[in-house]
Design a protein around this ligand. Structure first.
Ligand code: BGC
Length: 420
């Protein structure tokens, strides 16, 4: 449907009645559910109705499968948490409502940091509204465990391994992580950043350069990644990310590498981020910021009431007040320019400062593990290679680098989305 500014004005001024939206998301852990409550309650305060369409599963893979079946049955929800390349893919298939007329009419563009606007734009259309920026390259660390054992937080991967060996010798699990492919891919992404740096990361994932993917630096990153297998929990099969965080909180594990949705979980359990649980850049990645932008897309609808409800929801999501409340609980930072960070915790303040510096210094990197850097098929192929590799102690890093390159090459066409 093509929108004229006139249509937007008309729609925004329809008589006020209770609006109803169904919203698909996978925010189901304790901390995430609290963040959804913020959104639900603000929506309800405006006299509207919320139909929750929550699908369990960190990383959103199951949610996306369910969404596809609903869309194929011509019954998509009004709104969904869709991110990065998924947005391009759904937009190319013609499912998403173009929000650019609203954005222009309501002056949203100047409020978006350039990365946000870029990520959400597709051939001149706005595919979604931003709600929060998560940082991926974080190291979470249980301060009491480190103090008790007199250990120094690691700042590169060599130190990480040394510390991890010491922790293991003392009977503490060094690294809280489960064997889900997406969790392992988060870990691998941070290893690539820390071992190879920004240029290597770009060449490998954004340019998908065959020589880089199969070269000695990749072999080194894979070797390091494999080494970390020694430090996972005994029961790591099936461990969810938030269960890994619970292990970190209790001191059963000393460290976790994960996006800052971890922080939502900490606060939900009354652990103070930046105090009980320290937040540091993942080893070797100080100054870099790998981002994951959460955003809500609206599926095309015919019914004017549904269109109006979408418009109202989009407007609520774009308010600085909502974004401050939501992101304080979610663990992310607002996705609007110049947010008021006064009431945020230490880690969020650090995240925002690092974001700004990275933005100025050209050090913002789209997260591969979270669908910001490569198309969905390619990301899936990468995850498959990485998880088989990590789970097979005899796997060979040289051969795996070749497999990685082959897997990425084979998904390079037919993804349904143009490379950005
Ligand atoms: C989403 C986050 C979410 C996390 C874990 C990520 O893909 O962007 O909002 O908290 O998955 O469920």
């Amino acid at each position: 449907m093509k929108w004229s500014p006139f249509a937007v004005v008309t729609l925004l001024s329809l008589p006020v009645s209770a609006s109803q939206v169904e919203v698909l998301h996978w925010w189901t852990s304790g901390g995430e559910a609290k963040a959804v409550e913020v959104l639900k309650s603000e929506w309800a305060e405006r006299g509207n109705q919320w139909n929750d369409f929550a699908v369990q599963g960190g990383g959103g893979k199951s949610a996306m499968t369910v969404l596809k079946s609903r869309a194929l049955a011509a019954n998509p929800p009004e709104a969904a948490n869709l991110k990065g390349y998924e947005l391009d893919e759904w937009a190319s298939l013609g499912f998403l409502r173009d929000l650019s007329p609203m954005a222009e009419h309501l002056g949203w563009y100047p409020k978006m940091p350039p990365m946000v606007r870029d990520t959400l734009s597709h051939n001149g259309t706005l595919m979604a509204v931003p709600i929060g920026i998560h940082r991926i390259n974080w190291l979470w660390l249980n301060r009491a465990v480190f103090e008790r054992l007199g250990l120094t937080p690691p700042t590169d991967w060599e130190q990480f391994v040394t510390v991890a060996k010491q922790l293991k010798a003392k009977g503490v699990t060094p690294l809280a992580i489960g064997n889900e492919p997406w969790q392992l891919t988060v870990l691998f992404e941070t290893v690539v950043l820390g071992e190879g740096g920004k240029a290597f990361y770009r060449k490998a994932f954004l340019e998908q350069d065959p020589a880089t993917l199969t070269g000695p630096e990749m072999v080194r990153a894979l070797t390091r990644f494999q080494q970390l297998r020694d430090f996972v929990p005994e029961k790591y099969a099936g461990l969810k990310w938030h269960q890994a965080t619970n292990l970190l909180e209790s001191g059963g594990a000393a460290m976790q590498i994960m996006g800052d949705w971890v922080k939502g979980e900490l606060s939900a359990g009354n652990y103070r981020p930046g105090e009980d649980i320290e937040c540091l850049p993942s080893p070797g990645s100080a100054g870099l910021f790998s981002y994951n932008l959460d955003s809500i897309a609206m599926f095309k609808q015919r019914d004017p009431a549904q269109l109006q409800a979408q418009g109202e929801l989009a407007q609520l999501l774009m308010t600085p007040e909502f974004q401050a409340r939501f992101n304080r609980v979610k663990g992310s930072i607002p996705a609007l320019s110049q947010p008021d960070m006064r009431q945020f915790d230490r880690c969020a303040i650090r995240s925002y400062q690092d974001f700004q510096q990275a933005e100025q210094g050209g050090n913002l990197l789209p997260s591969m593990s979270d669908g910001m850097a490569v198309p969905t098929n390619m990301r899936q192929a990468i995850m498959d290679v990485l998880s088989s590799f990590f789970n097979d102690p005899r796997a060979n890093p040289e051969q795996t680098a070749l497999q990685l390159e082959r897997a990425m090459r084979s998904t390079r066409s037919g993804t349904g989305a143009e490379q950005k």
